[in-house]
Write a protein that binds this ligand. Structure first.
Ligand SMILES: NC(=O)c1ccc[n+]([C@@H]2O[C@H](COP(=O)([O-])OP(=O)(O)OC[C@H]3O[C@@H](n4cnc5c(N)ncnc54)[C@H](O)[C@@H]3O)[C@@H](O)[C@H]2O)c1
Length: 340
């Protein structure tokens, strides 16, 4: 299949009623902005979960093009009212911190597994024809036994978040096979870009690195030789929109990867060179992180690419530059302090 042009994936959803659960967060807001600009009718449901990437600044300037409901995806009565009439539902509402899932395991399980099941149940009742795209994570694989990791790789999560997300994946497949609900699960790799949470290291190492760079501080690279295939957030938003339009992907669990594998030290080098401030030190992993670290990871996402025609458009240096440019303008909205 020929790759689509930028914006085609969103334009194809013009005039359609779309719900984005978790749309105040990093990836959800990027998707919401793209779809709303292209003329889709976008409903966001988000409870601004503590410690998440929810941030009203994510939607600034676009509020009037969207409908925003403050609500919890575990509230089935609310979902049944709101999701009626929706043709596509993107479920990005989640507890997504790996370390956080070890500190508050029941919250992680309740939101990720229970909340996803509540969404599926509401759809079964009020939106049985809707397509549901669920954002899962490469974390379900745990420590890779081989690279690149394809969808046949064993699922062996190393933290509660990986277990709860895998449970949610299975609920989606169950509802596809038992009720014919049109579900698609995407296992995303590390995502970065404008609007990501940079207040702390709760969600990603890169958020912490970015914040410290802007404050002209040194950040720590733990280990450093680990390989990752980061994806720029706009490429992920496009992947989500394409998945919703790809009938052959329904019922599947598919990897979505990113750029060429690159070591953490090489990412840190790019960041310091592009940002022209701060610096980094390579340190051993703290014990609590080492227990849930997965080592090297990069995806084999050939099936997703073949089915949808998707490929990432944004190189790591370009994505980092655009991320730096965004936070140069909006740092205070994401940290409460001004950049150095
Ligand atoms: N960012 C990444 O690198 C990455 C990688 C792999 C998978 N994912 C997955 O993508 C999805 C989105 O991630 P993100 O980085 O945008 O996270 P995020 O924290 O920025 O956004 C999640 C949003 O969900 C909302 N939310 C949480 N619990 C909720 C609830 N009970 N009811 C309603 N809303 C709720 C939060 O308020 C937040 O706005 C998550 O499922 C995550 O696991 C993200």
């Amino acid at each position: 299949m020929a790759p689509m042009k930028a914006g085609d994936a969103f334009a194809a959803m013009r005039g359609r009623r779309v719900a984005i659960l978790g749309g105040l967060g990093f990836i959800g807001s990027t998707l919401a902005l793209g779809l709303a600009e292209s003329g889709a009718g976008v409903l966001i449901i988000d409870n601004e979960a503590a410690g998440s990437g929810a941030n009203p600044a994510n939607l600034r300037g676009c509020e009037r093009k969207l409908e925003l409901v403050r609500g919890d995806i575990r509230d089935t009565a609310m979902l049944s009212r709101r999701l009626s009439g929706c043709e596509v539902i993107f479920n990005l509402a989640a507890e997504s911190s790996h370390l956080g899932s070890m500190d508050r395991p029941l919250l992680d399980l309740n939101v990720n597994a229970g909340g996803s099941l509540a969404v599926l149940e509401a759809c079964r009742k009020v939106a049985p024809d809707a397509v549901i795209v669920f954002a899962s994570t490469r974390q379900v694989y745990g420590r890779p036994s081989y690279l690149p990791v394809d969808e046949n790789h064993p699922v062996r999560p190393v933290d509660v978040n990986g277990v709860s997300k895998h449970a949610a994946e299975q609920f989606h497949q169950l509802f596809y096979s038992v009720y014919g609900q049109r579900t698609i699960v995407l296992r995303l790799t590390n995502v970065f870009g404008p609007r990501m949470r940079i207040a702390d290291a709760r969600q990603t190492f890169l958020g912490e690195w970015l914040r410290r760079s802007f404050l002209d501080e040194r950040f720590e690279v733990w280990g450093g030789r680990q390989l990752r295939d980061l994806t720029f957030v706009e490429d992920v938003a496009e992947a989500l929109a394409l998945a919703a339009q790809t009938e052959k992907a329904q019922g599947s669990v598919l990897n979505v990867g990113g750029c060429e594998p690159i070591s953490l030290i090489a990412i840190a080098e790019h960041l310091v060179q592009l940002g022209k401030r701060g610096g980094y030190s390579v340190k051993p992993f703290p014990a609590n992180r080492a227990r849930i670290d997965i080592g090297d990871y990069y995806s084999d996402d050939a099936t997703f690419r073949r089915l949808t025609g998707w490929a990432p458009r944004t190189s790591l240096p370009e994505g980092l530059q655009r991320t730096l440019d965004y936070f140069q303008r909006h740092f205070v909205d994401y940290t409460g302090v001004s950049a150095a």
